[in-house]
Design a protein around this ligand. Structure first.
Ligand code: AMP
Ligand code: GLY
Length: 434
């Protein structure tokens, strides 16, 4: 079967690597893709040599829906897999389905679960899913009055997609009031919610209408600096599984969060058809019935959580993606996961998450002993790999223990010759010290 994967980040490179290994995959195309996908065996480190290898990239832009539909016709695409949220929020899945093209990815109305925080909170209330108490406001003054009434710490969130910059966890009243001024846009809502303490974890399910399939847990590292210090980023590293998501908690997440959300979305006429990423806060100091709360939903895989999930997934990914796209998830075989742990360490451009230079050269990828997923890279005319994004490489490993996987990933980072890059030295610390 011919597959078109939409996206260009580390998450999509990991999906491409996994899809390319499927015996059911005839051709895999990526749009707009990245240089890692274009030549996987050479650009993913020594471990990449075992991968199938080559996914032609097409220069089609993420938001060029008409060009994507045309490409599907020209290349006889049997399945489109959409990586990022933006094309889903813009209605790409609706258009593809209208053309009879199977797609793993939610339609526009369902993507609002990530596209609008106020919508997500309303759905959670409807589905009786545990989440922080909140208010949603059109008006900045009303939001401030609510904040003064409840006091700090408190959390202020812009309603729409904000590339990770739309949430302020305010420790003081002044910070919260300033956040309202900064985040409020005329015509858009603000969500203000109670501060939750605990440990964050990411949990993934595949959903097709009311059918839900567990797809694993992971933990990300959002802060830029060691010891979880400094600014928030898109994620500096991740591992799977997350020890805090015990079997019993997994059962609770499925029964009290994932299934009620899927049912409620279907009942509202906006069924989910893709992956649901549940951002959780788990507070072990509370009674067990109150420990798990939802922070947010995303309608895509996490980045870098996807990289580690793909490393640990043993069974073929294509049949489940296809089952979701064709509304047959209930009949699909349960995925098989390795008992190993997997970890990924993000190498980022110096200055990230602030401004950074573009165009520095990365060497040594061919000999890297770990598996390297590309994110913000381009290939120069002379064939050099250059860093142009904030998060640039996801250096990844899988091993029987998390400690071994961590050691392998860091050996991989050291083998990459890129003086302008940096990475956290403590990815995995929480699981390794608990
Ligand atoms: P969100 O995009 O809603 O997940 O928020 C981004 C980050 O802000 C989360 O990953 C948490 O670290 C933090 N956060 C969001 N909501 C809360 C909350 N109610 N209490 C504490 N931290 C929060
Ligand atoms: N790693 C967090 C995210 O993808 O939103």
């Amino acid at each position: 079967m011919n597959v078109l994967l939409i996206g260009s980040g580390g998450r999509e490179h990991a999906l491409a690597w996994k899809i390319a290994q499927s015996p059911n995959c005839t051709r895999l195309y990526c749009a707009p893709g990245n240089p890692g996908m274009l030549n996987m065996p050479e650009r993913m480190g020594r471990a990449g040599a075992v991968s199938q290898g080559f996914a032609p990239v097409s220069q089609i832009a993420l938001n060029d829906q008409a060009a994507i539909v045309d490409f599907c016709g020209e290349q006889a695409i049997d399945l489109v897999v959409v990586g990022p949220e933006q094309p889903l929020v813009e209605g790409l899945a609706n258009l593809l389905r209208a053309h009879g093209i199977p797609v793993f990815g939610h339609e526009q109305a369902a993507a609002e679960l990530e596209g609008s925080k106020a919508f997500a909170k309303a759905i959670m209330a409807d589905a009786q899913v545990p989440t922080a108490a909140y208010g949603a406001f059109d008006d900045a003054e009303a939001a401030k009055a609510f904040i003064r009434q409840h006091g700090a710490p408190i959390v202020v969130k812009a309603d729409g997609l904000a590339a990770g910059k739309g949430v302020v966890v305010a420790e003081t009243l002044d910070q919260a009031l300033a956040a309202v001024d900064r985040l409020h846009k005329p015509g858009e809502q603000l969500v203000v919610e109670a501060f939750l303490s605990g440990e964050e974890a990411s949990y993934f399910v595949l959903v097709d209408g009311e059918s839900v399939m567990a797809f694993g847990s992971a933990q990300d590292h959002k802060r830029v600096g060691d010891g979880d210090t400094g600014e928030n980023t898109g994620g500096m590293g991740a591992y799977t599984p997350a020890p805090i998501v015990t079997q019993e908690r997994e059962r609770l997440i499925l029964e009290t969060i994932a299934k009620p959300i899927a049912r409620t979305m279907a009942a509202r006429g906006c069924p989910l058809t893709g992956v649901l990423f549940i951002g959780l806060m788990i507070d072990e100091t509370k009674p067990s019935a109150d420990q798990i709360q939802v922070l947010e939903f995303n309608v895509r895989f996490g980045d870098p959580e996807c990289q580690v999930l793909m490393l640990r997934l043993e069974s073929d990914i294509l049949p489940v993606l296809q089952a979701v796209a064709e509304g047959r998830l209930a009949e699909a075989e349960t995925p098989r996961w390795s008992a190993d742990s997997a970890i990924t360490v993000i190498m980022a451009n110096q200055g990230y998450p602030g401004s950074y230079e573009k165009g520095s050269e990365i060497r040594g990828l061919e000999d890297c002993p770990a598996l390297v997923f590309h994110a913000g890279t381009v290939e120069s005319e002379a064939g050099a790999i250059q860093a142009v994004g904030g998060r640039v490489l996801a250096v990844s490993a899988r091993a029987p223990s998390l400690a071994e996987a961590q050691a392998q990933a860091y050996t991989g980072c050291k083998a990459i010759d890129w003086p302008q890059g940096f990475y956290r030295r403590d990815i995995g610390w929480r699981a390794l010290t608990s």
